[in-house]
Ligand binder design. Sequence first.
Ligand SMILES: NC(=O)c1ccc[n+]([C@@H]2O[C@H](COP(=O)([O-])OP(=O)(O)OC[C@H]3O[C@@H](n4cnc5c(N)ncnc54)[C@H](O)[C@@H]3O)[C@@H](O)[C@H]2O)c1
Length: 251
Amino acid sequence: MGRVDGKVALITGAASGLGCADAEILAREGATVVLTDVNVDAGEAAAESIRGEGGNATFIALDVADEEQWQQVIAHIRSEHGRLDVLVNNAGLVIMGNPEECSLEAFRKQNAVMSEGVFLGCKHALPLMHESGGGSIINMSSIASHLGYPIYFAYSAAKGAVRAMSKAIAIHCQMNGYKIRVNSLHPGAIDTPMLDQTTSELGLDNKEDLSPVVGLGQPEDVANVVLFLASDESRFVNGTEILIDNALSIQ
Ligand SMILES: NC(=O)c1ccc[n+]([C@@H]2O[C@H](COP(=O)([O-])OP(=O)(O)OC[C@H]3O[C@@H](n4cnc5c(N)ncnc54)[C@H](O)[C@@H]3O)[C@@H](O)[C@H]2O)c1
């Protein structure tokens, strides 16, 4: 028996890094996974690789900042699978710049993908998840929602919005009798392509220099927590935030 047998899971930003690891582990544990991303080639390849391992995976193009595309993806999942049990709002990008350097355009782009994208995902997934008898929404935030990182200013604003939004949606679902749990995840530095980008933009020699005290996590360190939240093992875990940072935030 897999830990998420029979569940249908939608993962955004699943072509790379954490989203790809989430899709792999959920599929390995029995879920039907729908990978989505703006990067079509890498997304198709990720789904193909999961199928090669015996998993049940498909890819659909989705820009999370586009409401119409969200409606189409949810309609597709309704007609293909008839249900949705797990939504992982993972898609993201990082635009660096302190509050004085950050342009309004950059701030809006960052928030369109990571704040509005999470809002749209939750809004459009809720009806189908409710019809499916409930489910689990897992929103990817960051320790940037807890700590002060000037250089990640717009990113921090978006991740703070994800943290607060997740709690509001959790209570909304509870008040309305939906059996949908909503939690946010707050990783520290995890070794993904996003980290390579920030290492190079900061002019650092090694990505390890981004987290010299507690080291770097690996994608499966986050994916294992996603698996737990997606499964019924976490049925009483709701409206909370889970730090996955090897104690970085309490140093
Ligand atoms: N890597 C870390 O250290 C770290 C730490 C904390 C939080 N996070 C968060 O984890 C999530 C995944 O990041 P990652 O490290 O795997 O990065 P990544 O760059 O490897 O993957 C991000 C994915 O999101 C996709 N994406 C970007 N814009 C999109 C859009 N508009 N619509 C749909 N997909 C889009 C990209 O194509 C890419 O496949 C992000 O939300 C990120 O902010 C990462």
